[in-house]
Design a protein around this ligand. Structure first.
Ligand SMILES: [Zn+2]
Length: 482
């Protein structure tokens, strides 16, 4: 039986202006987590969210997360957690949702056409403002969904647990331990049957998607040193073993021009593509022209869509990022740097275990350096590592969301992965042991993290319907674990 959502949808439409006004109030609070002097605005935004939900009868708590590591004079903004309805209904499922109320920095001088902290709506319904799509619109989507159920007189279909953080754009400091602790038996998030995160984007602009995978990232440094200090090439060129020459040669062995990783054994760690997985790529609404547009040129490795999507989502990649200590200014300085540090990272995918990747990388880099027979010294180490995540898109959490997309948008969603990372996804999966769904509201042109960030009015209002409809379908989807 499909849930009757019509009166809920009508109520969302009838209250659209009030919901946009709620977003306007949220955007007006410059909750920039990266700027110390804005910390009180981040807290203010958390409190705004808390009071909005309290006014709707939710049980809300602001949980302190302690001091900010490395900035001990700063208190981390609280995790705003909540439960709706206040009393748990044992006959209903419990869904844990996550979002963040902090934003990236923004200033008019960066090139914004409008004031970043004033929501301004153009004649195409594009609602510009920092945080509109990342992630205030989606977070308020849950608030608006609760309010619309009340106004429509429609029974709320699930027990909703909420976790909203204020440091997502600054590495989610303090949150991992908190989530792990609160998922333990008897704690706040212990009863979650599934998790839903709305903090990513459609692949394009017209077709909604559900996201079931993210790549991980292992980031490395290679340091090569020799001379006691920087040298002049007129004096020492041709007579000293130069660290930069060695480093360029070592870095050159890591990846070829077509993106093929040259580290022996690495490709054996990658899970083979199954027929079933391969079929998922066929219908995805994505063209090479979309890709060229986002690339800003036609310099792609592949000419076709499937290879391009697989290259972005399901195969590892290795990128060279930079060389610390190298001369990088304009002009023609004739320095021989005494010590240089090359930076590269590997985007990882199933089934690459991060420490196995480390072992292969160190072995490769050592062999590459040894083969030079250089008198310089080399050191290679891992800077940081975050693991990949992949969920089953056949789980009831996903099938429910797919039905909600069809109901609201009239199309079957694309099943997508992303090439980047959202580390909290894996934290929730590991801490709850439950399926995690990424259910985006905004589209690919929203420019999150960039100037002129926006959320389309259509995506916001239909997105509120989508989040509510998802909760209805998830309440009645047969609970078989796929
Ligand atoms: Zn975000």
């Amino acid at each position: 039986m499909a849930p009757n959502l019509d009166s809920y949808f009508k109520t969302v439409d009838a209250n659209a202006e009030a919901f946009i006004d709620r977003l306007r109030k949220a955007v007006a609070i410059p909750s920039i987590s990266a700027e110390d002097e804005r910390r009180q605005d981040v807290v203010k935004m958390g409190m705004f969210l808390k009071s909005q939900l309290e006014a709707l009868g939710a049980h809300m708590e602001a949980r302190p997360l302690g001091k900010q590591p490395g900035k001990e004079h700063l208190e981390l903004p609280p995790a705003i957690i909540g439960r709706y309805p206040k009393e748990k209904d044992e006959s209903k499922r419990t869904i844990l949702v996550y979002g963040h109320y902090d934003v990236q920095p923004a200033a008019k001088v960066d090139g914004w056409r409008t004031e970043p902290f004033e929501l301004s709506i153009d004649d195409k319904g594009r609602m510009y403002g920092r945080g509109s799509t990342d992630d205030k619109g989606p977070v308020l989507g849950w608030v608006n969904a609760i309010e619309s159920h009340q106004k429509a007189g429609v029974d709320f279909p699930v027990n909703l647990l909420m976790c909203f953080e204020g440091m997502e754009e600054y590495g989610s400091e303090g949150l991992d331990d908190f989530i792990v602790a609160e998922c333990k038996p008897g704690k706040f998030f212990a009863d979650a049957d599934a998790v839903c995160i709305s903090d990513n984007y459609w692949l394009g602009t017209e077709k909604p998607c559900l996201t079931y995978g993210l790549r991980g990232c292992n980031y490395y440094s290679i340091e090569i040193s020799g001379p006691g200090q920087d040298l002049h090439s007129g004096v020492f060129g041709g007579t000293a073993a130069e660290p930069m020459t060695d480093l360029v040669r070592v870095m050159n062995t890591l990846v070829d021009k077509d993106g093929n990783i040259q580290i022996r054994g690495l490709s054996e760690l990658v899970a083979p593509v199954t027929k079933e997985e391969e079929s998922l790529y066929t219908n995805i609404a994505f063209t090479m022209d979309d890709f060229y547009e986002s690339l800003g040129s036609k310099s792609s490795i592949f000419e076709d869509k499937k290879k391009t999507l697989m290259g972005r989502w399901r195969y590892p990649s290795l990128s060279l990022h930079g060389i610390e200590g190298a001369f990088s200014g304009a002009g023609a300085k004739t320095v021989i740097p005494a010590k240089v540090t090359g930076k590269f990272s590997i985007r990882t995918v199933p089934d690459m275990e991060p420490h196995e990747v480390d072992t292969l990388v160190y072995k490769h880099v050592e062999q590459a350096f040894d083969s030079l027979g250089s008198k310089n010294k080399m050191r290679c180490w891992l800077q940081h590592s975050g693991k990949w995540w992949v969920a089953s898109p056949k789980h009831w959490n996903f099938t429910a969301a797919a039905k909600a997309v069809e109901k609201v948008w009239g199309v079957q969603p694309d099943l997508t992965r992303e090439g980047g990372s959202i580390p909290v996804t894996l934290t929730f999966e590991q801490a709850t042991g439950k399926n995690v769904l990424l259910l985006p509201m905004g589209s690919s042109t929203d420019a999150a993290h960039s100037i002129n960030e926006k959320l389309d009015r259509r995506n916001y209002i239909e997105g509120i319907k989508l989040l509510g409809a998802y909760l209805h379908y998830v309440a009645e989807e047969p609970m078989k674990e796929a």
